[in-house]
Every structure is written in C-alpha cells, then in structure tokens.
Design a binder for this molecule. Structure first.
Ligand code: PLP
Length: 418
C-alpha cells in the first residue's frame, strides 16, 4: 500500500483525545484513496469546462460525448426554453428570496403548476425546489408515526430519507418482486395507514416496475400509492406521462412524484395528485414551506419545456431507437447489461469490479465519452456499473461512435478480448 493512504483505524481520535466525528467516514476515505493511488482519474470530480449542447461538452480540454446526464429529451438548449428563461430573468429578477407560502409564489410558479396539471391531466400540482425535496416533503408529511411505508428495496435515497423524516414504519420488499410486496402488505394491521412507494424506472439498472400488478395489489390491501417517475417522465408512455401511463394505471395512483432535473432539463421537483385534500400540503409540508422557491427563470424554463414535452412523440420515438441500438450493440460487443432488453433510456453496463470499472470509465473519457460510474453502496447487489443515459438529441451516428469507443476502451482495459 502506498504512503499517505489512511488506514481505517488511524483517525478515530484527534490530538486532544476527543472523538473525531469524521471517523465514521474512514472506510469510504480509505476505499477512495486506495482507488486514486492506482493513478486512475477521480470519477466523481469531473469538470465540464464548457457545455456545447445536450450531448456534448468540453472535458479536460476535449470535445466529449455526454452519455451520463439524464437529459433524456435534450431540452437544455431548446431555443423556446432558453428564451422563456431569459425573459423571466429580465422581468422578474434572479430569485424570489422567499418561501412559496410567503413572498416566493410568482406568476411563473402558478404557470408551471398549470403546465404540470395539464401534462398529467390531474387536479393538483405542487412544485418543490428539487425532486429530492418533493419525495422528502410528500412522504414525510403523509406517512407519519404509526403508518407503514411499503417500498422496493432499491428505492432512491430521497424516498428513504422521506420515510426516515416522517418516522413511519419502513417495510422494504425485494426489488420488483410482486409476491414479496403482497406478503409484506398482508402482514400489516388492516386498519393501519399504508403507503406503497414504487418507481416507474429504477435508475441503477434502467428496469421498469410491474406497476399494473403492484398497484392492483396495493389497492386490494387498502394502501395509497406513490410512484416516482423521475426517469420516465417525458419519455415513456404515449404522452410522456411515464410508466403509469404506459401500463394504464395513471388513474389508480394517488401521487406521482417527478423532477425537472432530467427530461425537463432544469432543476426542481413536483408532485401531482387527484386527492381532494391535496392543497393542504402547501401548509403542512415542511420541505415546501421552510425553503426558498425556485427562481423565476427556472420555473419559466420548466413550464415551457413541460408544454413542449406534451408534443414530443418524434423525440420519444428517436430516443427508443437510440436505446435499442445501443443496448444491442453493447451486447454484441460482449458487455453484460443490467436488463436483457432495453426498458428505458438507461443502459447499465456491468463491470467486473470497482477497479476495472474505474479504469474503463477513464478509458472512455480519454476516448471522448462521459458515462456515470456507479458503485456500492448506491448500486444493487454490490455491482459496479457504467450507467449510460441516452438523449433524444444523440444522432444515430453518435450512437455508432459511442459503440466504437466502448469497443476500443473495453479491449484496452481487458474487459473485452482483443
Ligand atoms: C428516482 C429519483 N427520485 C428523485 C430524484 C431527485 O431528483 P432531483 O435531482 O430533482 O433532486 C432522483 C435523482 O436522481 C431520482 O433518481
């Protein structure tokens, strides 16, 4: 082991003998330093020096294809979206400096919520400052002490944090396992408050939930249902409403959570619902009340983008084509992929271990391709993944170039036979 690498037990106490509260991070510091000591570039410290388009940026001085941005519908440089943002910046200033319930609700926030209601054809919409806060706020507010939250074990961190904040009883079940979910529901006292939380697309492997079956079971046991459509909004479903639309259950779910940081192409989060009392959330939901609202330019870009996504069927078709070509191409090259068939715009390439995953990530970057390196504990089954998220603005030629880059990098690193 090289000098200067901290051993896990070295930092428990500082000089004064007081316990260092940072000692709990020693394992992760050690793993990181061991990896960086091999000379590999830090995969979590990349700087985009200039962003040229939804699919290209300058990284390390080099023109790089972006394949890890979740910018599924490529709205970040849409001329109408940019114009709306510039106009709002000029008309309303750079920020609201206030909570939605005080001075932070501008015309633009209302228009953004109207666009969401129209997009989903739902009665109510509530915009949060991020998707993380939307999950945190809605889950912690509706599921409190004594209530039960039944959730897929691979749920996003914001879902778990929402459960922890609300202090509800968390009942996890095996990923996408319909029977396991029913078994958990059966054991919960009949008269208890129950919330089932599912995601349309799970972002690690890019697989889709069997919502049709799961929502039916949840209803059978009297549970309310919340579906996080962060990775499916805009792309999946005839009108881009997500997996709930695709599987015909949109009218049966109680809450849909989403984000503006993926298909919508900006930042923010939301919840839509048909619940008759939903509006009370604006007064009782702490992550909505006790934080500043989104800047006017952001809600203006979001509203414009959402309205354009309603008419995005050509883009959706092209994105499906990209996803199919990339999935098949990677399988043909000899890579192991997280799903047998492409189910979303996420294609997860399974790496043999963290070391070779980081080497492959770096080799791809040197080729001029950016993907996400995902590693335990964020990944299921301790996998190291190169997560590729496609964009509707990737051309067919770019997808072929991406495949050639994977081929060369895979051979250089020894993951593919040369
Ligand atoms: C499933 C899921 N929910 C919620 C979020 C949070 O979204 P935001 O980036 O808007 O905070 C993410 C972000 O990665 C996500 O993947």
């Amino acid at each position: 082991m090289s000098e200067g690498i901290a051993q896990p037990d070295q930092r428990v106490e500082n000089e004064g003998g007081t316990r260092d509260l940072f000692s709990k991070f020693d394992d992760i510091i050690h793993t990181r330093e061991t990896l960086l000591a091999t000379g590999v570039e830090d995969p979590y410290n990349l700087v985009m020096e200039k962003v040229l388009s939804p699919t290209r940026a300058i990284c390390n001085g080099r023109d790089t294809i972006l394949l890890g941005t979740y910018n599924y519908m490529g709205m970040t440089f849409d001329p109408d979206v940019l114009d709306a943002g510039k106009q709002a910046l000029a008309d309303f200033g750079s920020g609201t400096t206030g909570s939605r319930v005080l001075n932070g609700t501008y015309q633009g926030h209302k228009e953004c919520e109207d666009a969401l209601k129209e997009f989903y054809n739902m009665d109510s919409a509530m915009v949060f400052s991020t998707g993380y806060q939307a999950n945190l706020g809605i889950i912690s507010t509706i599921a409190g002490k004594g209530d039960y939250v039944v959730l897929d074990i691979d749920s996003h961190a914001s879902i778990y944090d929402g459960c922890a904040m609300g202090n509800a009883e968390i009942v996890p079940f095996r990923h996408n396992d319909i029977e396991a979910m029913e078994k958990r529901l059966r054991r919960i006292p009949e008269d208890a408050g129950k919330l089932v939380i599912l995601e349309g697309v799970y972002s690690m492997l890019g697989d889709v939930a069997p919502l049709k079956e799961m929502v039916a079971i949840a209803k059978k046991y009297g549970a309310m249902v919340l579906v996080d459509e962060a990775h499916s909004m805009g792309f999946i479903g005839e009108n881009g409403r997500g997996v709930c639309e695709e599987q015909g259950v949109i009218d049966d779910v109680d809450f849909i959570i989403g984000t503006f940081s993926k298909s919508v192409g900006t930042v923010g989060g939301f919840c839509v619902s048909n619940h008759p009392k939903f509006d009370i959330m604006r007064l009782v939901c702490r992550p909505y009340v006790f934080t500043a609202s989104l800047p006017p330019s952001v809600v203006a870009t979001a509203a414009t983008s959402i309205r354009k996504l309603m008419h995005g069927s050509n883009k959706r078709a092209h994105l499906w084509e990209n996803s199919k070509v990339l999935h098949k191409g990677l399988v043909d090259l000899g890579f192991e992929i997280g799903t047998d068939e492409p189910q979303s715009a996420i294609i997860a390439v399974i790496m043999p271990d963290l070391q070779r995953g980081a080497m492959m990530w770096e080799a791809l970057l040197k080729e001029g391709l950016y993907v996400n390196l995902a590693r335990p504990p964020a990944t299921p089954a301790n996998m190291t993944l190169l997560r590729c998220s496609l964009c509707a603005e990737h051309s067919a030629e770019e997808v072929q170039t991406i495949l050639q880059m994977f081929d060369r990098a895979g051979k250089a690193v020894g993951i593919l036979a040369s």
